[in-house]
Ligand binder design. Structure first.
Ligand SMILES: Nc1nc2c(c(=O)[nH]1)N[C@H]1C(S)=C(S)[C@@H](COP(=O)(O)O)O[C@H]1N2
Ligand SMILES: [Mo]
Length: 493
């Protein structure tokens, strides 16, 4: 019973914490704890390990977060069951001081203490000794738990309150858990609501429904911004600091640009790369409007989810650096950055914040969210190529039956001039046919005709950009992006 009461208090505290985060944007102790633990263990190391077990994508992160949540609920339940409410509250407040702001630590400690205290009051088992108060001695020596004496007459009230409290707690908890577990589900619905007609997309364009997704956040906790409420602040070393609304953005000359976006943590041959048609405007136009201070050297970005990044001002003034509101003919979906995200050519996705809320011009650089966690400061794209058909997972080819091996190659803004394919593990190479991309910031699709012979064949691909050859060294994604040739074995039946 002690444990059940403590558990209910912890569950309510956690639910309040998540409501605070979702509705009011408060710092959530569990999310902060998750961040602290993963950082202490070395974030990339942890996720590389989780990715090995659960594959790429957000499953690994959800499992890790669920683990931290279970630890939090378990630890606090034990604490709440074993010591007095005020002691438990104090311990929680002190512990949280290590990784959350003062008011969050104290707030959580106090609320936890109060919830434990209330749970003890309302959810105590009937105390027959106290209700059957001995007539004489009780007058002289008050029973130790005075409140219990009164409970006899308040019994029905208490039972109602207990049931209501437990019921509400369970319902809210279930709703909260449902949201956390439905990682992917919620945003899939949001994406579907946006009318994207895949049939009308040119070849090589990734439909938004298939677009890769990477986030520092749990997907369920990604920002879902209301357009009317959103503001873009532009401040720092500018002539006139400004705050822009979504409508204000319409005054900048519109730019449409097809671009391929790739994640720095994508392994060789991996799926974390997509290509789309973006609409927005030039960052340079906005900066010229607010006026660029003489001392300004860096653009610092901030996003709704606390994500930060930076870019040297010289690079930021490149007319190809865009702020975009639309992808593939529709407004950005919440998942992919609604209402505004940054597009920077030649860099991996980590340099390009989604859900942008603030641009600051600064004399000094400030390392971004992932840079602080050991990833590349510049995040320049590596020359890469990938075989898409036959598929690496379960390739199906028949001996003697001609097929076309297909794939893509990409090198930021630099053109792909040649792709070679080997079907014998790199002993001999043949040249693939290239489909010229609509611009050089788009991946180049290639094709190579091949008739498999019976037995195992090792497929490989490599790309060139003029004199530059794709790196052969097999290098992990951390910290500068993966290199090496995509290769796998197919067995022709
Ligand atoms: N605000 C914010 N922006 C972000 C991130 C993030 O976690 N928060 N992740 C970055 C990373 S690592 C990548 S690869 C791209 C992924 O964008 P996508 O999920 O829309 O493909 O967003 C980038 N921008
Ligand atoms: Mo990324």
């Amino acid at each position: 019973m002690k444990f059940l009461r403590a558990f209910i208090a912890v569950a309510l505290l956690s639910v309040l914490g998540f409501i605070g985060l979702e509705v009011l944007g408060w710092v959530n102790p569990v999310v902060a704890l998750f961040g602290r633990i993963t950082q202490a263990l070395g974030v990339p190391a942890v996720f590389q390990f989780l990715h090995q077990i659960f594959g790429l994508g957000s499953t690994g992160k959800s499992v890790a977060f669920a683990g931290v949540l279970v630890g939090w609920v378990g630890g606090l339940t034990l604490l709440g069951a074993l010591v007095r409410p005020w002691q438990a509250g104090a311990v929680v407040a002190l512990a949280l001081l290590a990784f959350t702001p003062l008011e969050v630590a104290i707030g959580n400690g106090v609320v936890f203490g109060l919830l434990l205290w209330a749970a003890e009051k309302l959810l105590s088992p009937h105390a027959p000794v106290a209700t059957v108060a001995p007539p004489a001695s009780a007058e002289l020596v008050p029973p130790p738990h005075l409140p219990n004496v009164r409970l006899a007459k308040a019994d029905t009230t208490r039972r109602t309150v207990t049931l209501a409290l437990a019921g509400t707690g369970a319902a809210v908890l279930a709703a909260g858990a449902g949201r956390l577990i439905s990682v992917g589900g919620g945003s899939a619905a949001a994406s579907a609501a946006v009318p994207v007609t895949p049939g009308s997309l040119p070849a090589g364009v990734t439909p938004v429904s298939n677009w890769y997704y990477v986030s520092k956040n749990l997907e369920a906790l990604d920002p879902r911004i209301k357009g009317e409420k959103w503001r873009l602040k532009v401040d720092g070393l500018v002539g006139t600091p400004k705050t822009l609304t979504l409508e204000d953005l319409a005054r900048f000359p519109a730019v449409t640009s097809e671009r391929t976006l790739a994640c720095i943590s994508n392994p060789v041959g991996g799926p974390l790369i997509s290509n789309g048609i973006w609409e927005g405007f030039r960052l340079a136009d906005l900066l010229r409007e607010v006026g660029i201070g003489k001392e300004a050297r860096f653009v610092l970005w901030e996003a709704e989810d606390g994500y930060t990044e930076s870019l040297p001002l010289g690079d930021a003034l490149d007319p190809e650096v865009l702020l975009v509101t639309r992808l593939n003919g529709a407004p950005l979906t919440p998942k992919h950055g609604f209402p505004l995200r940054v597009l920077i050519p030649d860099r991996y996705g980590m340099k390009q914040p989604r859900w942008l809320t603030k641009i600051t011009l600064s004399a000094t650089d400030k390392p971004g969210y992932w840079v602080q966690r050991d990833w590349s400061r510049t995040a320049r794209l590596e020359l890469q190529s990938r075989i898409d058909f036959p598929e690496e997972i379960n390739p199906q080819v028949k001996a003697g039956q001609p097929i076309t091996v297909r794939g893509m190659a990409f090198f930021g803004t630099k053109p792909i001039t040649r792709v070679e394919v080997s079907t014998d593990g790199g002993q001999t190479w043949g040249q693939a046919k290239l489909t010229p991309p609509r611009n050089t910031s788009v991946w180049t699709l290639w094709a190579f005709d091949w008739t498999p012979t019976a037995g195992a064949a090792m497929l490989m691909a490599r790309a060139y950009s003029g004199q530059i050859e794709q790196k052969t060294a097999e290098r992990d994604a951390l910290p500068e992006g993966a290199t090496g040739y995509h290769r796998f074995i197919v067995n022709a039946g």
